[in-house]
Design a binder for this molecule. Structure first.
Ligand code: GUN
Length: 286
């Protein structure tokens, strides 16, 4: 088996960002105010600090405004909810993102429920999740939308194909399944998780395999159908450095196309956040 095509998330996200930059300048030229994203970071989680910085840099690169609100790890839920209430009332803010995970004293769901749905650029609010479930999304969830764009770069037609998602998180696994079964995409979807029996039997049927379980090198080449498209959502920090949920060396010998970590899904998440922030600005200023 020859080696797989590398799906270049850096290049594909750069194309998307350049298109967004054009649309932002058109929006401003037509009398709109540059879209403004506010990111709230609670605590000092090192990975979150990197993600948040990348989100801010990306905003500035496409002509959007970004503000970071840094709160201490001891912040109470009431304090965080106060910040959100203030941003909700501020017409100069179109997008609000609370970086996850949150410290233990804060109920994550209560916080996500408090973000006004039209400013919810992560698409985590129940109203936005509901709209997605019903096939009429307002915002697409950033990471799953990025995975769809990466898949489309190598295979535009998924109709009838078997897509297997490993992981059932609210951020990736569940919404990923929803995007794949959408009318017009028409994949057949299996969602696997930590309690799935005979995982390898299922993953070996996948024409498209999406790994989003957060375990380093969990999926190996022998679990992949020859010629499959493999999308690795994992970002795991190990003693040997950063790695995905897929063991790249063995998987790339079997797959037809595969995403690297880093440089695969990660940059796509940010590009889609920018896209949602522009959509939010259009909804609020239109
Ligand atoms: N933490 C890890 N991924 C995400 C994401 O997509 N959005 C937010 N807000 N926090 C995250």
């Amino acid at each position: 088996m020859t080696s797989a095509t590398l799906i270049d998330g850096k290049r594909i996200s750069a194309e998307l960002k350049s298109q967004i930059a054009t649309e932002v300048s058109e929006f401003v030229a037509a009398g709109g105010v540059a879209p403004h994203l506010v990111v709230i970071l609670v605590g000092e989680d090192p990975a979150s600090q990197v993600y948040v910085r990348n989100k801010q840099k990306a905003c500035e690169a496409v002509g959007m405004k970004s503000t970071l609100i840094r709160l201490s790890a001891e912040t109470t839920q009431a304090e965080l909810l106060d910040h959100i209430a203030r941003l909700k009332a501020d017409a100069g803010v179109q997008g609000i993102l609370v970086q996850l995970p949150l410290p233990r004293q804060i109920d994550e769901q209560a916080v996500l429920d408090a973000i006004p749905p039209h400013k919810d650029v992560d698409a985590f609010h129940p109203e936005n999740v509901g709209l997605l479930v019903q096939g009429r999304p307002r915002f697409l969830p950033c990471t799953p939308a990025g995975c769809m764009q990466l898949i489309a770069s190598v295979e535009p037609n998924l109709a009838g194909k078997h897509a297997v998602v490993i992981g059932r998180s609210e951020i990736v696994g569940k919404p990923m399944g929803l995007l794949l079964i959408q009318k017009g995409v028409d994949a057949t979807v299996t969602i696997c998780h930590s309690r799935t029996r005979n995982l390898t039997e299922i993953t070996r049927q996948a024409d498209v395999l999406i790994a989003a379980i957060g375990r380093p090198n969990f999926v190996t080449g022998n679990q992949i159908k020859p010629g499959a498209i493999v999308i690795d959502v994992g970002i795991n920090r190990t003693e040997d450095g950063l790695c995905g949920d897929v063991e790249f060396a063995s998987a790339s010998q079997v797959a037809s196309a595969i995403t690297p970590v880093p440089g695969g899904v990660g940059p796509m998440t940010i590009a889609n956040l920018l896209k949602n922030t522009l959509t939010a600005a259009r909804l609020q200023q239109g």
